[in-house]
Design a protein around this ligand. Sequence first.
Ligand SMILES: NC(=O)c1ccc[n+]([C@@H]2O[C@H](COP(=O)([O-])OP(=O)(O)OC[C@H]3O[C@@H](n4cnc5c(N)ncnc54)[C@H](OP(=O)(O)O)[C@@H]3O)[C@@H](O)[C@H]2O)c1
Length: 374
Amino acid sequence: MQRAIELAERARGNTSPNPLVGAVIVRDNKVLAEGWHKQAGKAHAEVDAIQNAKADDQTTKDSTIYVSLEPCSHHGKTPPCTQAIIDAGISTVVYATSDTNIDASGGAESLRDAGLEVIGGVCEEQARYVNRFFFHYQEHATPFVIAKFASSLDGRTATRTGNSQWITGSDARKHGHVARQAVDAIIVGAQTAIADQPQLTVRNPDAHRHTHPAHPLRILMDSKGRVPLSNSLFDKSLPGNTVVATTDAMPDDHATKLKEQNIEVIKLPISMQTHYPDITQLLKQLGKRKIQSVLVEGGNTVIGDFLDNELIDEVWAFIAPVLIGGNNAAPSIGGLGFDQLSSAPRLTNVTVEYLNEDILVKGILVKNKSNGVF
Ligand SMILES: NC(=O)c1ccc[n+]([C@@H]2O[C@H](COP(=O)([O-])OP(=O)(O)OC[C@H]3O[C@@H](n4cnc5c(N)ncnc54)[C@H](OP(=O)(O)O)[C@@H]3O)[C@@H](O)[C@H]2O)c1
């Protein structure tokens, strides 16, 4: 099962809205074939493994398949995996997590009905973690939110004059593209767009997306339309699409000009607390578009709004061994913050990676309102 989960991870960024799934077919303690779901619309992991066994002249009769997600039993873009497993003569199915997608679930039951031995829940926690975007989306109908920032050792994301390029080294910045590669959308605030002129495309050659769209949807939070039309995010030659999330405060002629530049404008209600566009409503709208994951790239005001609303699910903090100092230098996360340490969310599943001189701390946020499901 560990191997099946490892295989699933290979397609990160290429399967949305489908989950990541890997499969290994075994008989007499020998691996006969492996497979994984490579892209939405392409063969599911079980079918890929069965096809690979066939291509290798291996018979799958009376074998065991280990698969990181319960096999589906429905006709989607591809036929049901349960039937392919039965047709391949496989006698035992071991899976990690149940499929919570209403259309695809029920596979274990139909395999048992067909007389196969079925064991579920093996390495379940690990497999749920791999598919945390998918499971979060199934449960909440809104995207899983990752907040990413680069900070100095003393927690600043820019100097007091707003200088922030570059805090971390090239390895860390390259790694930032791995996060972009994995998600369906990226969010930035108006001030970051103005200060940094970002492109928000996936540019690390190691972090290539094979899927359509090849670049995540770019979302600019700009309540009043103050980001000029000449901004890099509105450049017509950028691959993929850009959306501006705004309010009624954006002048009509600015909205019209954006639309003329093929930029979609989403008008959101204003949050009564912050007077910014309501990000809870934004996430609901993104959910309706089947966007399962978003990366909030800053700046600290936007990330602060997500934290204050308890909407961050995961953090990627790139920390550089540099001291910026200054009470007026922007912190990694702005907003209101928490009154008490006891209510401040702590990270779980924490990992630490060294990227040359910088470190990347990643973790999942445990939220009071969450029931602990990714
Ligand atoms: N080190 C890093 O990782 C990193 C990453 C990104 C940026 N930066 C730096 O951070 C600085 C910019 O950060 P910042 O905090 O000043 O600005 P920001 O977060 O990029 O943008 C804030 C602005 O976005 C608009 N906005 C729209 N909807 C919002 C919402 N729901 N919540 C919050 N803001 C919303 C508001 O302007 P309107 O009211 O006009 O809409 C707000 O003033 C720059 O110096 C940039 O270089 C650093």
